[in-house]
Design a protein around this ligand. Structure first.
Ligand SMILES: *[C@@H]1O[C@H](CO)[C@@H](O)[C@H](O)[C@H]1NC(C)=O
Length: 297
């Protein structure tokens, strides 16, 4: 047992870990609020792009509302929420019971005022960082869609421009007229929000986060040598499948999927912050205070 039992450094107040927790809550609330404004309000109007007359790349048939998709939002969002949660629960509970053979301390003193079961603490931290990343990914995708205004493959089908009135004669003609569309305004606005694909971004974020935190790190038990790579492969394939469905249903172009899938890792994307292995200030503090029992022994 290589535990430090020295008294905590005097510079740290007993509850600074808890203050940090409240600070994280405030950041989280702001992120959720911003995601809400992007998702459910018209606070950020979409950039109106023009189009080329008769453009075949944007004249694909309208696939119907999102709920009719083979990968409907309800399914995608449920999986994106459930898969990492279930995976981490199984993984953590398994490794907890495997490790507890050594009969190490089950409760770690984080500060004078807070006691945490290490299992519970790891799970809460994993899910907290995960949901923060999920909301930042949503914001990233929504902001990209609104700023670029890149159109979906079915854009012209929902836009229904009157080519005669617009004077379209050849496909080389560019129409920048803002009110060129005569179709349902709601559908037209939705068809302007295509780049990057939010579904692809969320699916890949979910898969990569789970792979990085569960498959790559964390649990090291004998029985999982083969099942871990399999799980990782299945998760990434599922995310890729969402992208394939979006493209075959003419809801997105390939570059929308590509941009969405690289979003969590792109240098410009904020979600990058939450991708490395979960490490919260709460744990660093507890380590500093000398109460932490080394897990490596
Ligand atoms: C398109 O515009 C032309 C000329 O303005 C008009 O005669 C025609 O009825 C319009 N077509 C539709 C489908 O609105």
């Amino acid at each position: 047992l290589s535990a430090w039992t020295d008294s905590p450094p005097p510079s740290l107040t007993p509850c600074s870990g808890l203050n940090m927790f409240y600070f994280q809550l405030v950041i989280m609330a702001g992120t959720v609020l911003l995601a809400y404004y992007f998702e459910y309000t018209d606070t950020f109007p979409v950039h109106v792009q023009g189009f080329f007359c008769f453009d075949k790349a944007y004249s694909k048939p309208y696939p119907g509302p999102e709920d009719n998709s083979k990968a409907p939002p309800v399914l995608v969002y449920s999986l994106v929420t459930a898969i990492p949660t279930v995976t981490i629960l199984i993984g953590e509970v398994t490794s907890f019971f495997v490790k507890s053979d050594g009969a190490q301390e089950k409760t770690i003193v984080t500060a004078d005022c807070c006691y945490f079961n290490p299992l519970l603490r790891r799970i809460v931290r994993f899910l907290g960082v995960y949901s923060f990343g999920l909301f930042t990914t949503t914001i990233f995708a929504n902001a990209g869609q609104v700023v670029t205004g890149n159109q979906a493959p079915h854009f012209l089908t929902t836009c229904k421009p009157n080519y005669t009135a617009l004077g379209c004669q050849s496909p080389l003609q560019y129409i920048s007229e803002r009110r060129a569309c005569s179709g349902n305004p709601y559908l037209v606005t939705s068809a302007r929000k295509s780049f990057p694909s939010k579904d692809a971004a969320l699916s890949f974020y979910s898969a990569i986060y789970t792979v990085v935190n569960v498959c790559d790190a964390g649990i090291r038990t004998k029985g999982t040598r083969l099942s871990k790579p399999t799980l990782c492969l299945v998760l990434l394939s599922l995310a890729a499948l969402v992208g394939v469905v979006r493209v075959t249903e003419h809801r997105n172009h390939w570059n929308d999927i590509l941009a969405g899938s690289t979003a969590p890792r792109s240098p410009a994307g904020i979600p990058l912050l939450s991708l490395p292995r979960v490490e919260s200030p709460l744990e660093k503090l507890s380590g500093l205070q000398g109460y932490r029992i080394s897990e490596i022994t």
